[in-house]
Design a protein around this ligand. Structure first.
Ligand code: C2E
Ligand code: CA
Ligand code: CA
Length: 683
């Protein structure tokens, strides 16, 4: 164990040492960072060198002219005799200037091309920049050495050489081992030959100067090492920040499920596209694409398969509309901004979505909106395209509809509903009306159904038909249902406080309520807050809400039922799969749809059908209620065949709370002594 530990710490030490000397594989990002910084530094260095050299050349020449030398062509003459060529006098300075110029030109080229995204080119540039540094360094050192020698011969210090060493060290920071090797070679040469050459050793024979220079060398190395490590730490920090940024950016622009653009990115890019002076907005169309039958598909194959289908649809759309903007808006809704000529691609999309699925007929319902000008808001454009698609929702063979001005009014109303739902709830514009439910036997009141009404200061009185389908489509209905639930509970409490008996109220819930988690919890806490017993609440779900594959819904209903809420099956008979639903869940009450009463007076078959439905309910142990009872004959017939409860205009239309309590007080509505059926409505 301890051997293992010492092995570990030994290898950690070696690793640390290697890293200290720069023997490590840095990421591309860190390498590029060093190259960038290096090139940046070399620009300053080159400028300094160029400036200095120009000055030195000027200085040399003016000294020569002062001394009486004359320049003819490129040759200097002293007292009429050829002295030296200009090149010979200035060659060191010219060489250094030339290298500095090459460095500058290279830096300009590097800045222009290194970030173009071409990784191969970038690697080449990085290697070239390091090689250039080395060449530049040696030329600087050579120059420093030569200058210092001539200075020394004139009795001056060897400062130029020392400065050049410092200068070079700055350029060699990209890797400690490289700086060590390069600087060591320089110093070794210097200590071995230079010190003797300059006779720098102290007079008394001690190696004082040698030691001083060695110390200078070591300090210089340490400084360059520490700068290297500091730069590396910066680069690593930058790298992680940048990658975090990249991830964040990806998260904010793409749709999690399908990987294509999300809505906010779509809106952003669509705005850019419209604003582009090269784009003709009239050549574009916003498309809204809804997969038809997706709900059934999901029910049958489950969420996983449903998600797969959404991913495939995203892929198909991206392929069918190349170089267009494609995004997922929500659920099975996609949006596209494309050239008008591409609309026909929708047929291709439809065909491809269908591939492989024969039992559920998938299809498309698409809407189009042609932007009026560059200022068109993409959000509104998508909503209009969406609206156009809803106008053909129920048409079997129409796949595509274009938004036009005739749709403007209803579209505006729809937008109003979506945009004002929250405020309407907050301000109490949406509240329940109560429709009486009576016993068929004696027509005495045994409950109410809470039905939503939106009484809007601008739009006036709105019935559920005006807003429920829209709220369902936009999956906002749960907000309304929860609001109605809270108001109804508060009203029950209020009526009991006023001295009325607790009269049961049935509440309508939609599919979305069950798809969201937490319905049971919300109902339970509202019940607790209001302090009323659970049996006063009946949960109504329509047959179309239910589906045999929806296990979440099934679980929620069972949970509610176990807790003591009666579950009523609403609108029985209005859909197609009525009988299937009966075997899937043990409902307490069947609400027979008013469709069965259509033609009651004229068509004798109506009675036969009704009787059979009531018998069927009895056979599966369900109680019965018939809705939409408008005449005494209907009521009497329903009583005679054993339907237990009735609801309809004959006994009262949906009315506000105050009116309902008033009607009870003045005896128009007589509350039954038995409000519930033990075992069905109450446990
Ligand atoms: P529903 O649950 O089947 O409600 C019964 C509807 O039939 C009500 O329409 C009611 O006014 C109407 N009705 C009642 N008796 C008669 C009658 O004798 N003759 C005729 N012709 N009609 C009668 P309403 O209030 O317009 O509600 C329509 C639908 O809107 C409801 O149908 C229900 O599905 C939905 N709804 C209403 N309130 C809510 C709610 O709070 N949440 C949810 N999710 N849906 C609601
Ligand atoms: Ca209902
Ligand atoms: Ca109903």
């Amino acid at each position: 164990m301890s051997e293992n530990n010492s092995e570990k710490s030994c290898s950690a030490f070696l690793k640390g040492l290697a890293s200290w000397f720069g023997f490590e594989r840095n990421s591309n990002y860190v390498r590029n960072y060093f190259a960038d910084v290096n090139v940046h530094t070399s620009v300053y260095m080159s400028f300094i060198i160029l400036g200095l050299e120009i000055y030195v050349m000027y200085y040399k020449l003016s000294k020569a002219f002062d001394a009486g030398l004359v320049l003819k062509g490129f040759t200097l003459y002293r007292e009429g005799e050829k002295y030296k060529t200009l090149f010979k006098v200035l060659k060191d300075n010219l060489l250094l200037s030339a290298v500095a110029l090459v460095m500058l030109l290279f830096a300009a080229y590097y800045r222009k091309n290194a970030h173009s995204g071409d990784q191969k080119l970038r690697r080449k540039l990085t290697v070239f920049s390091f090689l250039l540094d080395i060449v530049f360094s040696y030329i600087c050192l050579y120059f420093g050495f030569v200058t210092s020698r001539s200075d020394y011969e004139k009795g001056n210090q060897i400062l130029t050489f020392v400065t050049m060493i410092l200068f070079v060290a700055c350029l060699l920071i990209w890797s400690p081992y490289a700086s060590t090797v390069i600087l060591a070679v320089i110093f070794w040469c210097f200590l071995r030959f230079g010190v003797d050459y300059f006779a720098l050793t102290s007079v008394n024979g001690s190696n004082g100067d040698r030691i001083n220079y060695a110390t200078f060398f070591i300090s210089l190395l340490m400084v360059s090492f520490s700068i290297y490590h500091q730069r590396k730490a910066e680069a690593i920090k930058d790298e992680s920040l940048e990658s975090a940024n990249r991830i964040l950016k990806k998260m904010t622009v793409t749709d999690d499920l399908t990987g294509i653009s999300n809505m906010s990115n779509f809106v952003y890019e669509a705005k850019q596209e419209l604003a582009d002076p090269e784009t003709d907005p009239k050549s574009l169309v916003f498309l809204f694409v809804d997969i038809s039958n997706f709900g059934n598909f999901n029910d049958k194959y489950g969420y996983e398969e449903g998600n797969k289908l959404l991913r495939r649809t995203a892929e198909i759309l991206t392929e069918a509309f190349p170089s267009s903007l494609v995004a997922r808006q929500s659920d099975d809704h996609f949006v596209v901004l494309t050239e008008t000529a591409n609309v026909k691609q929708l047929d291709v999309v439809k065909e491809r979505i269908r591939e492989g699925y024969t039992d559920i007929r998938l299809g498309l319902k698409a809407g189009g909106y042609y932007p009026a000008d560059r200022e068109t808001d993409p959000n509104i454009a998508c909503d209009r395209a969406r609206y156009a698609s809803t106008t053909i929702k129920k048409q079997f063979d129409d796949d595509y509809a274009v938004y036009d001005e005739t749709m403007a009014d209803s579209f505006a109303r729809r937008q109003y509903i979506i945009n004002n739902l929250d405020t309407a709830i907050e301000n109490g514009y949406i509240r329940p009306y109560y429709q009486p439910v009576v016993w068929a036997e004696n027509h005495k009141l045994c409950g109410f159904e809470a039905l939503a009404r939106w009484i809007d200061p601008d739009h006036g009185f709105m019935s559920p038909g005006d807003f429920i389908p829209i709220l369902e489509e936009y999956r906002q209905i749960y907000k309304l249902d929860l609001a109605i639930m809270r108001s109804a509970l508060a009203d029950i409490k209020r009526s009991m406080d006023m001295g009325f008996p607790g009269i049961p109220v049935s509440l309508n819930f939609s599919r979305v309520d069950f798809e969201r988690a937490g319905l049971v919890g919300e109902l339970e806490s509202a019940i607790r807050d209001a302090g009323i017993p659970r049996e006063l609440i009946h949960v109504e779900v329509t047959e179309s809400t239910l589906s045999q594959y929806q296990s979440r819904m099934h679980e929620t209903l069972t949970e509610l039922h176990d807790k003591g809420y009666a579950i009523w099956l609403d609108d029985f008979g209005s859909g197609y799969s009525a009988l299937n639903v009966l075997k899937d869940f043990a409902f307490d009450v069947m609400k027979i749809d008013m469709i069965f009463l259509k033609g009651f007076e004229s068509n004798p078959k109506c009675r036969v059908v009704l009787k059979n439905v009531v018998d069927l309910a009895g056979a599966v142990s369900m109680r019965t209620l018939t809705e939409g009872v408008e005449t005494k004959e209907q009521a009497e017939y329903l009583r005679s065949i054993g339907c237990e409860r009735l609801q309809g205009y004959l006994f009262g239309k949906p009315m506000p709370f105050e009116e309902a309590t008033q009607k009870i007080s003045d005896g128009t509505l007589v509350v039954s002594e038995e409000l519930m059926i033990p075992g069905t409505d109450a446990k």
